[in-house]
Design a protein around this ligand. Sequence first.
Ligand SMILES: *Cc1c(COP(=O)(O)O)cnc(C)c1O
Length: 476
Amino acid sequence: MTPEEFRAAAHELVDWIADYRASVSDRPVRSEVAPGWVRDQLAGPPPESPVSLDTLMGDLSSVVVPGVTQTQSPGYYAWFPSNAALESVLGDIAASGLGALGITWQSAPALTEVEEVVTDWLRELCGLSDDWHGAIHDTASTACLVAMLVARERATGLSEDRGGLQAEASPLVVYASTQAHSSVPKAVLLAGYGRDNLRLVPVDPVTLAMDPEALRRLMAEDVAAGRRPAAVVASLGTTGTTAFDPVTEIASIAAQHGAWVHVDAAMAGAAMMLPECRPLFAGVEGADSFGWNPHKWMGTILDCSLLYVRDVQLLVRVLSTNPSYLRAATDGEVTQFKDWGIPLGRRFRSLKLWFHLRLAGAESIRARLRRDRANAQWLAGQVAGEPDWEVCAPVLLQTVCVRHVPPDMDSQALEKHQQEWAERVNATGRAFVTPALVEGRWVVRLSIGAEPTERADVAALWDLCRDAAQGVAPLG
Ligand SMILES: *Cc1c(COP(=O)(O)O)cnc(C)c1O
């Protein structure tokens, strides 16, 4: 494709994207395709000769779009806000168009230095001190794995240079709450600690935040048994209910054992941009690493996850490589992000943040986050004021966890009922919500925060939930 052919095709594609976004609310929110349907439509021999752009775009509209859950719809309340602000889409397109190779500073100096600029901006916007140094990773899962690797090496005095964990005399233990995201156990297992050395710390029954006394006890038991506490993952904004673990206490308990503290604020980190929410994050300055995803509630298109650490030297010591073909005269003066994470080749991800922040401005992002919090408070008030409905967890940000509890139902029927009414909501195509098991009980999570969701949409969701819970099969 020549640049001129690209120009024509890209104009068409951009028009298509704008039309798609403008009409997203007309589509069923949850994808309705059956397993295998997309594959059946598209399978066939590999294309030996080119098709026209029209043919391709036809398939994009008729097969791919129905095969996507509409996360950009005002009716999207599932999992977590997965916004893709159009400002950031422009940055993503620019990154693709540049086709820069991010392997060292020399391979694309701007790729490194724009990343330094935007991670510093976000540090400042979140009110973090300048002791933190940030890099962009694909996801919070990767960021947590990196944190667990560095924690392992700190606890063992760089065992990677010797026999690794296999040569250690006593096991290292990692702690996280029962409400920690599934990526936390995964990172712990991948970093080689082993499932037997992961402690899931009980939570407070009301706040669903880690019980620091339980952490203290478990650490003491491990030490008494000859094991070594190596790391604690504190969740700020848990997946189930957006609970906040008490980081100040966790950090002081961890410090008694020299354990690393990683803060996983993947969903909730965006709220740090709001000064009124900062008290929820009290204590993060006492952690060793802190990660959150602009690609969730803040709205920079996936994938865009931030990891801040205090001890960059240790991070680089654990993760660096220095083959001859990557060496340059500037080494020592510049940041080499390859040594801050796992991949060598990195995309120009900072451009989507740079476009997003500059074209939208932080004030408009804060206004949207405040709108979503107000909508969540409004909805929680409606639910709490309605007979036979419960708000199941504190509403600190934008997630409202609810149960419909008609008095004539036994406890087993109640659990099934939550899943059934959620499915009735989802089957309408007008909204998409997620039921989840929280400490043994089914709740329905109403996760507010899609970019186009306004109060009227939330009010319509509440009507839909009540109809669905009454067994009225709302029309799609
Ligand atoms: C979403 C989420 C994750 C995982 O995020 P990825 O970027 O998809 O890996 C981890 N922790 C919490 C608290 C989350 O909300």
